[in-house]
Design a protein around this ligand. Sequence first.
Ligand SMILES: [Zn+2]
Ligand SMILES: [Zn+2]
Ligand SMILES: [Zn+2]
Length: 317
Amino acid sequence: MSILKNAIDSIALGLEDYEMSESDNRRIISSTRNIYAGILLLFKYKLASLSDEDTDEALIKEKVNPKIVDNKVLWIGKGKKTVDYQSIKDRFESLGITVEWKRINEINNYRNDTEHYFSVLEHKAVQGLISNSFIIIRDFISEQLQQDPKDLLGDESWATLVEINEVYEKEKEDCNSSIETLTFFSETILNALLSYSCSQCGSDLIYSNQRDIDATDADFVCKSCDAEYTYQDIIQSAIADYFQHEIYDAQKDGIDDYIVTDCPFCGGIYLYEEKVCAECGDSANHECDLDGEKIAPSELTDGNFCSYHAHIMSKDD
Ligand SMILES: [Zn+2]
Ligand SMILES: [Zn+2]
Ligand SMILES: [Zn+2]
């Protein structure tokens, strides 16, 4: 089937772009585009193969219209426009096809960011994306298409994917273990730093040259583009990125109080659930001393009362 062939070709092209990007970093953008497109095509192939024969591949068409055939209603694909990312996701969910969407999101975000935000494009920075893609592609082919990924992708693509994945995993492990020797205010802050990606090139291969000191005093270096950051440079965006799904969901549900809020002591980023500020390490009072009520994230103060009672008391003075 041609969708499947296009998927495999697109992935192979992306890998070729990746290899060429070592000497020509303009190929980075086409590498990320091709690999991402290849993954979506694999997904579309699955939808096409699940569509009934006489429905004109309804499951991959953005538009479907009902038609009566032999006294039965059939949903027929209409037009040329095929499903986009969101519709693929919706249809997979409704068909019970599981995919690690968090990983796909990361791939998609990186692809999008390389085209719009990263000031430096580094060959090495694509490793993480390919490594993520490798896992998605391998699992999807074997679990959903019931084929052998090595056979389907061909020896060359397979070998490249495996190699990039191994190199990346090894380097990521080295980076992580350097950061894990540092002392953090909380485990969540450590995890946020471990998943942080360089704002210059997008690589998540971030390490520290220092060992066994307070994280707030440490420097962080990007292995891909050599950008250097202090703890203070990156903590804010590291935490915001780490909680982006929770924040997005809260906003979607119209909730104003997030699990991250402004620190009442330093104005930095405060982790409400963990009762600690990621920047100054201070902890606010989470229960108002006046009435024992739990204080909402946006009502935290640097004293013993919620902001409402703190306000009233200041008037009484
Ligand atoms: Zn970088
Ligand atoms: Zn603070
Ligand atoms: Zn109160």
